[in-house]
Design a protein around this ligand. Structure first.
Ligand SMILES: [Zn+2]
Length: 522
């Protein structure tokens, strides 16, 4: 497209005086945002003007088109803005691929350069600051992540996790009133140096983690007791001829992630298709741009929007048959093994699922008994089948159960915790101390913290003495976490997003670029 500038006068960039006297004309080539499925290049006629200001060093200057493009740029502002938005959301490589799909030829390093030119907004000093570390390279290089906990906004990334660096930042950004942090000495000393008047709050999540580690240490000295509890707890199936029915490996986290990814792609494709269609694209062109068949384009245009986030499938790995399984196994063990008979028995008991589900379970039982999985005649005297066992009661599982909120334990887990306390006086002490600490933390009973500390320090359990000593050294911050509702949960969430950004940039991104995407893309 050939375009000419029509402004009657231009302003000298040096002395700011206006001029109407044209010196010469020349042409600029600007890449612009595409039109339908055409790429668009502007052949822009611009002029040079004389500057009449006698004291100005510049005699001749070119007219500026501030709304169109930067003085020496080869892309229009609106194109640059789009590329920056793509780069912020996707990073270099994926961004370049999408830009290509949208008709803009750009390489990933150009895209990253566009990002570098984006200005960072001035830091608005937060009142409540969350701080945590993140791994640049796992185990080798760490940085620090700062988050405004009131507005859930990322503030900045720091290049390392040294106390001095954090203290420096705090000194340059006065006004932080509360800092929520982990239990490490690094950030504690950073706040002490950089914002000594700020209230420090130890994050509750980390405190609970520390407690679980303490319990783990105690329990690992009482493994015989744990074994005994596990033994009492096991269902008494004394019959020697018992085969455990192992549940088939259910949908793994990986499979679920794959499922989510496919869905995500579908959502994005549909959005893109609908957007292009609204802009008047014909279906052939859409199919080409999106990279799907024309049939798919028609289908996606017709059907209602996919939900942006798939509702989490709570039934993953569970079966409609589950409630009937104990009864089912009884029938099976008593010799009723004909599928159609079993199905009709189940239906009499209210089963509403398909007979395929039943067949699948039958083949599971058969394979547990060492029979070929095909349904056929089977001998009457078979070993009996029963349920899989509960996981073994390790020190780690026991500490996990004690730390778990009571309302979240099922009645078996609750019984295990109670047996734990009944098995040995030391275990009882550990459970009591843990319960007491969790109560302070979860019910915000900071004023009772001192009493708890004394009990723990005077207990006979070495791990709890050490835990209590550590808490005593950090007394104010720990007590603050028992009195406020401030939590570092937001930081954890943003830290996960940061991991994704880092992966997208394939480790090529320096801190400056990562910081820009982290702060601007939210
Ligand atoms: Zn001038």
């Amino acid at each position: 497209m050939t375009v000419s500038s029509t402004q009657t006068h231009a302003q000298c960039p040096l002395c700011k005086s206006f001029s109407t006297r044209v010196h010469s004309r020349y042409e600029r080539t600007l890449q612009d945002v595409g039109l339908a499925h055409y790429r668009l290049t502007l052949q822009l006629q611009v002029r040079k003007f004389f500057c009449f200001n006698a004291v100005c060093a510049r005699c001749i200057f070119t007219e500026r088109l501030a709304e169109v493009a930067a003085p020496w740029a080869r892309k229009t502002h609106r194109l640059v803005q789009r590329l920056q938005a793509i780069g912020l959301a996707l990073g270099g490589a994926a961004g370049a691929r999408l830009a290509h799909r949208l008709g803009v030829q750009v390489c990933d390093s150009t895209l990253l350069n566009q990002l570098k030119q984006l200005p960072l907004p001035a830091v608005k000093v937060p009142k409540v600051l969350g701080v945590d570390d993140f791994a640049f390279r796992r185990g080798r290089q760490y940085g620090t992540i700062l988050v405004d906990l009131e507005h859930h906004q990322p503030i900045a990334l720091l290049a390392d996790r040294k106390a001095e660096t954090f203290a420096d930042w705090l000194r340059h950004h006065p006004g932080v009133e509360v800092v929520s942090r982990d239990r490490s000495k690094i950030y504690r000393s950073g706040v002490n140096q950089g914002a000594p008047n700020a209230l420090q709050v130890a994050d509750r999540f980390h405190l609970v983690q520390n407690l679980a580690e303490t319990l783990d240490k105690v329990f690992s000295h009482y493994l015989t007791e744990l074994k005994a509890i596990e033994h009492q707890h096991r269902p008494q199936t004394a019959a020697p001829e018992v085969v455990i029915v192992r549940a088939k490996p259910t949908a793994t986290a990986q499979a679920q992630a794959r499922f989510q990814a496919t869905h995500q792609r579908r959502v994005e494709q549909q959005q893109q298709i609908k957007r292009l269609s609204e802009q008047g694209w014909i279906q052939v062109a859409i199919a080409q741009a999106v990279g799907v068949s024309e049939k798919t384009v028609q289908r996606y245009l017709k059907r209602p929007d996919f939900p942006a986030v798939l509702p989490h499938r709570k039934t993953f790995g569970r079966s409609i048959l589950d409630p009937y399984k104990p009864q089912f196994r009884e029938w099976w063990n008593s010799g009723i093994r004909q599928p159609h008979l079993l199905v009709s028995l189940l239906q009499q008991h209210g089963y509403g699922g398909s007979s395929r589900t039943v067949t699948r379970y039958i083949s599971q039982l058969r394979s547990a008994q060492g029979l070929p999985s095909q349904v056929g005649h089977s001998p009457q005297s078979l070993v009996k089948v029963c349920d899989p066992q509960a996981p073994p009661l390790t020190a780690r599982r026991a500490s996990y159960l004690v730390v778990k909120r009571q309302e979240h334990r099922d009645h078996q887990e609750q019984a295990l915790v109670e047996k734990l306390a009944a098995q040995h006086p030391d275990l009882a002490t550990a459970v009591r101390l843990a319960d007491g600490f969790l109560h302070l933390l979860r019910q915000r009973q900071g004023e009772a913290f001192e009493g708890w500390l004394l009990t723990a320090l005077n207990s006979s359990l070495k791990p709890f003495q050490a835990f209590a000593q550590g808490l005593l050294d950090d007394f104010a911050a720990v007590q603050a976490s028992m009195m406020t509702n401030i939590s570092n949960g937001v930081v954890e969430g943003l830290n996960n997003r940061l991991k994704m950004l880092k992966r997208q940039m394939y480790g090529r991104a320096g801190l400056a670029l990562l910081n820009k995407r982290f702060v601007l893309a939210s």
